[in-house]
Design a protein around this ligand. Structure first.
Ligand code: NAD
Length: 738
């Protein structure tokens, strides 16, 4: 047996070398420069050793590999930025060479003369699947944990290590494009049906089956290196391709509004590559890959959606020196809409939870939500019956506060009413242990104020969930003035346990996410009042990259909730805090027309019974004189919607509400889907340059109002040529990457 840092190689009596990838001190195998060096050494050694007849490549971990390593990608960008300043042309060349390292290493495996079989035992993503594609045989275990994907497009790039060329030569072009432009995961069965893998076998037989392929005489030649090779479907000059390729860019444009250069590059690589000899096609892919790596979109998306998201998830903001929390029991008070789902996600993480409401019946109603979610998951095959029963056994509905006596953390999700919350805080504190942390899921009440009802405000924290809790990946952790480190650490540990991404926000009205969301919705009110047709507002938002238009979003959160929040704002901050025309619009919808949103079937949209689809309410047209569509500039609408949100995010930084740019970026994408291709609110500003952003704000302020005026911080940054990630360096101030 030969041992490398990340691999072991063991050759059996049949001359088959089993290469097992098992990186020390990592839960998941990833590609690093060292891994590639070792892989190259293994390739050389197995080629040189006449006793080796073939190679089986597998993983020693429960998953196969997650693909590229964060630090490697970060290194690529540093390289680009540093070298670009010195010599742009040389920087491009260097990036091209680095980007090609995997491509040509995998090609060397493919052409080494001895058969390689990849034995895929678990999740196999990105570069790891591209390596597998370069092997001559691929066997996957028949297991739910095997997920195969080329998900690079989700972080703004694309499979650039031969993926676009091999997938489109194994599967038909339509399936290939679908898989790569969506980044969707495939089951082993689906991958086999597409032609991407050869066999699916029971997990215990994986390596044996892989070795058997070699013993059965697997040819060490890729299909495309054989004379007369034809891609499935026949390449690009066939009637089927004549239907697919002209339509594909249009479909992609419909799905992405042209905002994702990485997705478009996949189409180009496949279309151009299929017309070329294989190695020339690899070079074309390498060129596009280099080009895409140089885009602002790729840089910002990788930073936010890959690096920052993982860092925040791993506790980048967790105070050091606080012992890791153990959760043996969680209490949730209020078994309503939010509390019931919070109990579900807690139990789904394997933690026992008591779900308390005012009486047994109300508590049971809360548990019924878990029962329904479990039944749905079992029916869809996402959970076994036993797993479902186990989950449900962890949820105990009760009106009895005494059951909280041994809880480690209590989360309150009762009515949004200060008096009700005060009573609950007192009732809970009367029974819990001195060390227990109390968290409130309030969405509008400042944590500092609520904590005044607590005898131990240092153990009081906000944990703000988003609905639907079981789907939304973000949780805001809110610090009151007196919240202590242990409360913060406990909240972050809990959020990590339920597999959500936290952002840490200082106390403010609306916290981070809702402050941004209301700016988005308010801008849409302004547009309506100007006479912009509602459909144009909604479409402009989608074209700007927002997943949901502002009016549709307002219907989801409820129009009467907006009314409540506006009224509370007027009561607390004065008349000037809400535009009278906005109040008039919402009062008319709610008070006069009972249009409260999706929940009562009518809001900005009409919601007819299924299967009919919702449509914008035509009556909205009569509220304000309508501008002819030709007089409305869609690009300006797009800018207004994104700029108003980004400006609000910048204000939260200026006010010290958000202190780490990673949180404003990740929070905006996970919280309300802020145009992901921008990398989030602050990356949107950094990406265009603060100076450009300030100029844009000034232009919009002159025409659409003072709310677009750039803030002092932005002006200062523009004058100094700073960026958010430079001025508020997340890796400075003693903070480190997790
Ligand atoms: P809800 O009305 O659906 O549920 C509240 C539950 O609390 C009810 O079941 C009620 O019976 C129970 N309750 C009231 N007083 C109680 C008491 N003294 N003891 C025990 N139980 C009591 O409300 P919701 O939408 O789930 O909101 C709950 C909290 O979550 C609020 O603070 C709200 O601001 C916040 N929140 C809501 C959303 C949302 O989208 N609805 C999102 C984030 C946060």
């Amino acid at each position: 047996m030969t041992t490398y840092t990340n691999f072991t190689v063991e050759t059996d009596t049949d001359g088959i070398a089993l290469v097992t990838w098992d990186m020390p001190e990592k839960s998941m195998n990833v590609f690093t420069a060292e891994v590639m060096d070792e892989l190259e050494a293994i390739l050389k050694a197995t080629v040189a050793d006449a006793g080796v007849k073939g190679v089986v490549f597998t993983s020693g971990k429960s998953s196969f590999s997650g693909g590229a390593d964060l630090t490697m990608i970060r290194g690529l960008f540093s390289l680009l930025h540093e070298e670009q300043a010195k010599d742009p042309q040389a920087a491009k060349q260097k990036l091209f060479d680095v980007a090609g390292r995997m491509t040509w290493l995998f090609r060397a495996i493919e052409t080494n003369g001895k058969p390689w079989v990849s034995a895929i035992n678990g999740t196999c993503m990105g570069g790891a699947f591209e390596l597998s594609l370069a092997c001559h045989g691929r066997v996957a275990a028949n297991s739910k944990s095997v997920k195969i994907a080329l998900p690079e497009v989700k972080v703004g790039i694309f499979p650039g290590a031969g993926g676009t060329q091999r997938v489109s030569r194994l599967a038909n072009a339509q399936d290939a494009l679908q898989m790569m432009t969506t980044g969707q995961s495939l089951t082993p069965q689906r991958a086999k049906a597409m032609g991407l893998i050869h066999q699916v076998v029971e997990p215990g037989e994986l390596v044996t089956a892989a070795k058997q392929m070699i013993k059965d005489g697997l040819k060490p030649v890729a299909p495309w290196d054989e004379k007369g090779f034809k891609a499935p479907g026949g390449g690009v000059w066939t009637p089927a391709a004549a239907q697919l390729f002209p339509a594909a860019p249009a479909i992609l444009r419909r799905e992405t509004a042209g905002n994702y250069p990485g997705a478009l590059a996949i189409l180009k690589c496949v279309y151009e590559g299929l017309q070329l000899p294989f190695e020339t096609a690899l070079k074309v892919e390498q060129r596009y890959f280099t080009q895409i790596l140089g885009t602002t979109e790729a840089f910002s998306m990788i930073r936010s959606l890959f690096i920052s998201m993982q860092e925040l998830g791993k506790g980048a903001r967790r105070p050091a020196g606080v012992e890791k929390s153990e959760f043996k029991k969680i209490g949730v008070i209020g078994a309503g809409f939010m509390g019931a789902s919070i109990a579900y996600v807690t139990a789904a993480a394997g933690i026992p939870v008591v779900l308390i409401d005012r009486d047994q019946e109300a508590a049971n109603k809360g548990k019924a939500v878990s029962e329904k979610l479990v039944a749905d998951s079992v029916a869809k095959g996402r959970m076994t019956k036993e797993e479902g029963e186990k989950l449900l056994s962890l949820v105990t509905p009760t009106p009895d506060y005494q059951t909280l006596a041994d809880a480690d953390l209590v989360i309150e999700a009762v009515f949004e009413d200060r008096a009700v919350k005060k009573a609950v805080i007192e009732q809970v504190e009367a029974v819990i242990r001195p060390a227990t942390i109390f968290a409130s899921n309030t969405s509008t009440l400042p944590i500092t104020g609520l904590a005044e009802n607590s005898k131990r405000p240092d153990q009081f924290v906000g944990v703000h969930f988003f609905s639907p809790v079981e789907k939304m990946m973000l949780t805001e952790v809110i610090l009151g003035e007196k919240t202590g480190d242990r409360a913060l650490a406990t909240a972050l540990d809990f959020v990590a346990k339920i597999k959500k991404t936290p952002i840490v926000v200082n106390d403010t009205r609306g916290f981070f996410v809702n402050r941004c969301v209301f700016r988005y919705i308010n801008e849409a009110y302004d547009m309506l009042i100007e006479g912009v047709p509602a459909a144009m507002i909604e479409n402009a938002a989608k074209m700007a990259g927002m997943p949901v238009g502002p009016l549709s979003l307002n219907d989801e959160v409820a129009v009467d909730l907006s009314q409540k929040i506006m009224k509370a704002s007027i009561a607390d901050l004065g008349e000037a805090s809400v535009k009278p025309a906005h109040m008039a619009l919402i009062d008319k919808l709610v008070n006069d027309l009972d249009r409260r949103g999706r929940k009562n079937g009518q809001g900005f949209y009409d919601y007819p019974p299924k299967p009919a689809k919702k449509s914008l309410w035509p009556g909205l047209k009569d509220f304000y004189p309508q501008k002819p569509a030709a007089e409305v500039d869609v690009d300006t609408l797009k800018q207004r919607l994104l700029v108003t949100i980004a400006l609000e995010a910048a204000r939260t930084v200026e006010e010290g509400i958000v202190t780490d740019p990673r949180e404003a970026d990740v929070g905006s994408i996970l919280g309300f889907g802020f145009a992901p291709y921008t990398g989030g609110t602050l990356s949107y500003i950094d990406g265009m340059g603060v100076k450009t952003f300030v100029a844009l704000c000034e232009k919009l302020a002159a025409k659409y109002g003072e709310h677009f005026a750039p803030t002092p911080l932005l002006k200062d940054m523009a004058a100094k040529g700073e960026t958010f990630y430079g001025r508020f360096d997340p890796y400075g101030q003693g903070r480190v990457a997790a």
